[in-house]
Design a protein. Sequence first.
Length: 259
Amino acid sequence: MGFVVKNTTKCGLLDLLCPHSCRGCGQLGAVLCECCKKYMFEHKSYICPICKREFAQFLENVAGMDKMGAEKYCSGCASNFIKVWNFDWREGVVKKLVEEYKYGSVRAIAGVLAEMYDVAIPQEFGRHGEVTIVPLPTIGKHIRERGMDHTLILANLLAKRRGWRCQKLLARSADTVQVGAKIDERQQQAKKAYMLNGKFDSERRYLLLDDVWTTGASMIAAADIFTQAGAKKLYGVVLAVSRPKDMTEDASKSITEDM
């Protein structure tokens, strides 16, 4: 009989032999040390992803905002979401963590990113009704290349932290890669990218989850699918928001939001 070593055991041995280093300060022991994590969590930004406007850090001190913040940061930024939360700008350590996890398949980063989602979403959310997290689906080609479905893993980890449900209610209807496409082209491609994959309760709270909001084409297209099907309580969450200047640079370098 052969001896089988569990994956968790392998990971534990690798962590001892080749420990991770903090992406913030370089200290050995974790992908993000407690000091850097505390600093990032205390100094995160509050951003409207649609107009890229940054708001005060302490929402409870802003006139007209309740404990969950205003229903929408900007009344002029119309969308089918009641609210879209995010952790911070796509830069610095946040950018490094997201890209190493997504493109480098460093799975150890997933736990830290799930904690960032948890910090971004007010604790009051979900206490007064059921919440289902719906990850935006990754195209099959990228799942095969990376060896994982990065958004599904994050959605499951966040659901476990909050005691919510995670369901793959969206499926890809087209495997369009948005690399090199202009903003209007990405919007048109995104509209054809998704379809519903199962039944849902129109009275339930749904939280669409993605990693980065660049133009928002993917998230907005997914929200449109839910709204057309009758969803009434639709929210969104992303880890990072690209600044306007980053959107221009991405387009020029053909590095765009990855569907």
